[in-house]
Design a protein around this ligand. Structure first.
Ligand code: FAD
Ligand code: NAG
Ligand code: NAG
Ligand code: NAG
Ligand code: NAG
Length: 508
């Protein structure tokens, strides 16, 4: 390589300010590849931090988002089956995910918590997340209590959640308390990423970012190693924890510790989602930012030529950009980089999501009636079980339900015909879902070329969620602002102060 990173950066920055403000239509200050939560959040934070009245840097509102799909949202998407719409990708958000919560408030989106759907007296439709069973391929090794029926006493209805907790505690004992404490400690550290801008550094690498919060160590070892050291029983690990990591990341407890702990936090209470679909977070942010959005525009080459980036699409369009942000995993893409960039190879875990309107076959589970099958069936890490989980999304009546299944391989018709006794409609989605987590994790750079090519999804090797994408995007936005302005003036960057009542950082 002829030019050092610093020289490249100087060149890029010089070009940036020469070109700023006087460009033809196809030229932008910032181009973002991908319109998922990462791409939409980086656009939002760039504008939010630079266009406020008190900001001392030029307003960066010239943002172009390129999206290969015909819709925004990426892995936040809905599916419609039997006339009803459900989350097909990212479905639940943790109550302490402050960016997601802030976005929902900023955009006036209605949210619903999991508990809302437990009992809906206005319709016959019910879905209960608390009746779950653990299937080992031939029997349920454990299950919680079935939900109260219409004939149950008021007392039983009231006591049901408590009784269920007791049933779980009876099986897993004190290890459950240790697990909750372990998850809580991780969440506490993660909350550091919301602390104010004066005390929170801008990070140039994922390693630095994780070390600062104290979470890096968890990416070095497997979840299994971490949980054993924290005193959890082998029964808890091989049953409940395994079921949860299989549901959330399609992998077992050999997953790296941070991703595993994040996945355990996904079984906390108070989980929520956006009414009508989480994809509206991305759509809303893009609208709010007033970014220029190109749908059905797949970028296949990114060339760095004389101080700016040229992004070419498969449609033959060409966009020049001063800053380029990659907001999608590069692992299964064929984007040609000129000059080439080096990203450590990473395997993605594919999660096959199968929606079925019909009825599960009780015989498959060795039962007499479908009503004896728990609403959520999780599975152990055993070779012959063809799916990770199956759950009821909606109960129309005792004979007619909509289910969602996750599996590591596609489920063919003959297999589905053995698992279901009735199958009116089936929809299959193959997600390149998240990284295949392996400790110790290796992280791609955030700055891919030493200049102004940024990669948000390098953070996905820590964990993959809506919130972690937003947190990684917020850091990338600050990194862009500080690197663009650092060489443009001697004064160091001053961003607008974040007040306590600021929408993005309001507490619950
Ligand atoms: C089945 C499943 C369940 C999940 N459950 C949850 C959950 O319950 N809670 C949670 O928080 N997270 C969950 N996740 C993870 C969550 O969906 C992701 O971490 C998050 O949505 C990633 O957002 P992103 O913006 O980084 O990437 P993406 O959403 O993947 O966005 C990338 C975008 O880039 C576009 N793109 C790709 N290549 C190009 C190109 N060459 N040119 C132009 N555009 C391109 C893609 O079309 C896509 O729209 C789940 C994921 C899956 C698959
Ligand atoms: C509830 O079920 C009963 C009997 O199956 C039916 O008559 C009624 O219309 C249903 N109500 C709703 C809101 O679906
Ligand atoms: C949004 O962008 C368009 C051009 O892309 C511009 O005409 C319009 O004034 C912008 N609106 C706001 C509110 O900034
Ligand atoms: C991108 O498109 C431009 C304009 O069509 C072309 O000149 C250039 O060679 C293309 N770059 C690549 C890498 O294909
Ligand atoms: C990338 O290119 C290879 C070889 O041309 C092809 O087999 C593969 O399907 C492509 N991958 C994607 C995601 O387009």
């Amino acid at each position: 390589m002829a030019l050092s990173g610093a020289a490249l950066l100087l060149l890029a920055t010089a070009a940036l300010f020469l070109r700023y403000g006087a460009e033809a239509a196809a030229s932008s200050k910032v181009c973002v590849v991908g319109s998922g939560i990462g791409g939409s959040s980086v656009a939002h934070f760039l504008k939010h931090y630079t266009c406020a009245k008190s900001a001392e840097v030029p307003c960066m509102d010239d943002i172009r988002i390129l999206e290969r799909s015909r819709r925004v949202g990426g892995r936040m998407a809905t599916v419609t089956i039997g006339g009803d719409t459900f989350e097909a990708g990212a479905s639940i958000i943790h109550p302490k995910n402050r960016h997601a919560l802030g976005f929902a408030r900023l955009l006036n989106l209605n949210t619903k918590t999991e508990d809302d759907s437990d009992y809906d007296p206005k319709s016959n439709v019910s879905s209960s997340s608390s009746w779950f069973g653990i299937w080992d391929g031939s029997r349920f090794v454990f299950q919680t209590l079935p939900p109260p029926s219409s004939s149950s006493s008021a007392l039983y209805r009231k006591m049901y959640p408590l009784l269920n907790s007791l049933v779980i505690f009876w099986r897993y004992g004190i290890s459950l308390i240790r697990m909750n404490r372990f998850v809580k400690e991780m969440v506490e550290k993660f909350l550091l990423y919301y602390t104010n801008l004066e005390t929170r550094p801008v990070f140039e690498t994922v390693e630095e970012m994780l070390k600062w919060s104290g979470l890096y160590g968890l990416t070095r070892r497997t979840l299994h190693e971490e949980l054993v050291d924290a005193g959890m029983s082998s029964r808890l690990i091989s049953e409940l924890v395994t079921v949860i990591t299989r549901i959330n990341y399609g992998q077992d407890v050999s997953i790296s510790g941070l991703a595993g702990t994040v996945s355990l936090a996904g079984s906390d209470s108070g989980l929520w989602s956006v009414d009508g679909g989480n994809w509206q977070l991305a759509a809303g942010l893009i609208g709010h930012t007033n970014a220029t959005l190109h749908l059905h525009e797949e970028i296949d080459s990114i060339s760095y030529t004389g101080g700016y980036y040229e992004l070419n699409s498969t449609k033959g369009n060409s966009y020049t950009c001063e800053v380029t942000v990659i907001a999608t995993p590069l692992d299964e893409l064929n984007i040609t980089f000129i000059p080439p960039v080096s990203v450590p190879s990473r395997r993605l875990q594919h999660t096959f999501t199968t929606f079925v309107r019909g009825l599960l076959n009780p015989k498959y589970f060795g039962l007499n009636s479908a009503s004896e099958i728990p609403d959520l069936v999780g599975t152990l890490e055993l070779p012959d079980i063809p799916f990770s989980c199956v759950s009821v999304l909606k109960k129309y009546n005792e004979e007619d339900m909509t289910y969602k299944m996750f599996s590591r391989a596609p489920l063919d018709d003959s297999l589905l015909d053995s698992i279901f006794s009735k199958r009116k409609e089936t929809i299959r989605i193959d997600w390149a879902a998240y990284p295949h987590y392996e400790a110790p994790e290796v992280f791609a750079p955030i700055v891919l070329d030493g200049a102004h090519l940024y990669y948000i999804n390098s953070f996905e090797n820590a964990a993959s969620t809506i919130e972690t994408s937003a947190v990684a995007a917020e850091n990338v936005a600050r990194l862009i602002i500080s690197r663009v302005s650092a060489l443009s003036s001697d004064a160091s960057i001053v961003m607008p102060p974040i007040s306590a009542e600021e929408v993005l950082h309001t507490d619950l």
